[in-house]
Design a protein around this ligand. Structure first.
Ligand code: HEM
Length: 357
């Protein structure tokens, strides 16, 4: 329909205006699509609107400084949220230190979590937020989820809203349970799809989640088996040679970037790497070999907007895994300790009887 600026009958003009209005509305709906997902009961987009209105600006401002000083912390902190959510849900249980009296069999000490860092950044943010809004105001698990979103935005990725209202868990998973719940970098797509389907993620979501590897580093031990004793045929020759330089043996204690094209930028280049046989880990590269995920990889490699859309959707979904809400759990006063553990410690210091707790 032509909507030229000439003298047209009123009904034609009205029709043009309505068509334009519908188009504008549809465009707007596309932009906020991720925000339309149904939320799990107890979470909301505006949870702290009145109790801590400055929450997100306090975190964003500080995260800008943190990442400016050490860009590697962006990737590290994004991974912290993922590792928290996949094991026992996004309840901040990963942040808990093991008990000093018993065996330290905590999530934090499970092998895949030993290379995590940035816990001090989360605790520092908790202090800042609680100083502004009061002790017991905002959970460590919510702070972790907001931090993850900020790492994405501050490295060039999409902006999105984070549903809030999580409460912190009172217990952590064992090392074995942690290991069983985190996906392995050594598995082919077939296993990855099966493992993540058990957590309710489909193939598109698995490929989108893996796109987080557009930033950050990986140790030789996570991909050395692709170089030694024989070289993986799905790896580009020149790239393999470079990686062998970084890792003279399979377990050399060194790291390389997960996305060789733009290591600290949150973009879709990771998928371009995969199409060029330049993915570092088996679990990533095989996404381009397996027929079920190959076209999804290509679609993200050629369309960054599509990747961003799917990534935001799946981050919002992941961020709601088995969350504690309402009166479940607690809001910790120190992210690495349950409040009851804190009470015992302060009581001992003050010389009171700990039995009453
Ligand atoms: C899909 C299955 C996944 C597997 C098998 C996997 C595995 C791994 C492994 C083995 C590393 C390197 C550890 C090291 O050698 O130091 C790593 C790094 C990383 N992962 Fe994943 N991951 C997966 C999904 C995710 C998801 C869903 C996210 C976030 C939403 C994520 C974010 C990251 C980031 C940002 C790094 C770099 C960390 C840093 O630089 O400190 N990963 N991942």
């Amino acid at each position: 329909m032509a909507c030229k600026i000439t003298i047209v009958p009123f009904h034609t003009l009205a029709l043009c205006v309505s068509v334009l209005a519908v188009m504008v509305m549809l465009l707007h709906m596309q932009g906020v699509e991720a925000q339309q997902q149904p939320l799990v009961k107890g979470l909301s987009w505006k949870y702290y609107e009145s109790s801590c209105p400055k929450l997100e600006s306090i975190i964003r401002k500080q995260m800008e400084k943190v990442i400016k000083k050490d860009v590697g912390l962006a990737a590290a902190l994004l991974r912290v949220h993922f590792h928290d959510c996949f094991v026992q849900g996004c309840d901040g249980s990963l942040l808990l230190d093991g008990s000093s009296s018993g065996p330290v069999d905590s999530e934090k000490t499970a092998i895949p979590n030993l290379s995590l860092r940035g816990f001090d950044v989360i605790e520092d943010l908790r202090k800042r937020v609680h100083k502004q809004c009061g002790a017991g105001s905002v959970s460590c698990s919510d702070i972790t989820a907001i931090v993850a979103r900020d790492t994405i935005v501050l490295t060039g990725g999409p902006e999105y809203s984070v549903p809030l209202g999580r409460r912190d868990g009172l217990s952590f998973a064992t090392r074995n349970a942690t290991l069983a719940n985190l996906p392995s970098p050594f598995v082919p797509t077939d296993t990855l799809l099966t493992n993540l389907a058990a957590k309710n993620f489909d193939a598109t979501e698995v490929v989108a989640l893996s796109g987080a590897h557009t930033i950050g580093v990986v140790h030789c031990s996570s991909f050395g088996q692709r170089l030694y004793p024989t070289q993986d045929t799905t790896m580009d020759q020149t790239f393999a040679k470079t990686l062998k330089g970084v890792c003279p043996t399979a377990n050399t204690n060194a790291t390389t970037f997960l996305d060789l094209r733009s290591e600290n930028v949150f973009d879709n280049k990771f998928y371009v790497d995969l199409m060029n046989k330049q993915g570092v880990m088996t679990s990533d590269q095989d996404l381009y070999t397996d027929k079920r995920t190959r076209d999804i990889v290509t679609s993200f490699a050629v369309n960054q907007t599509l990747f961003f859309e799917k990534f935001v959707d799946v981050m919002v979904k992941m961020g709601q895994m088995q969350v504690l809400t309402g009166t479940q759990g607690e809001i910790r006063n120190t992210c690495s300790k349950r409040n009851s553990d804190n009470l015992v410690i302060s009581n001992v210091v003050e010389g009171h009887d700990t039995e009453s707790f």
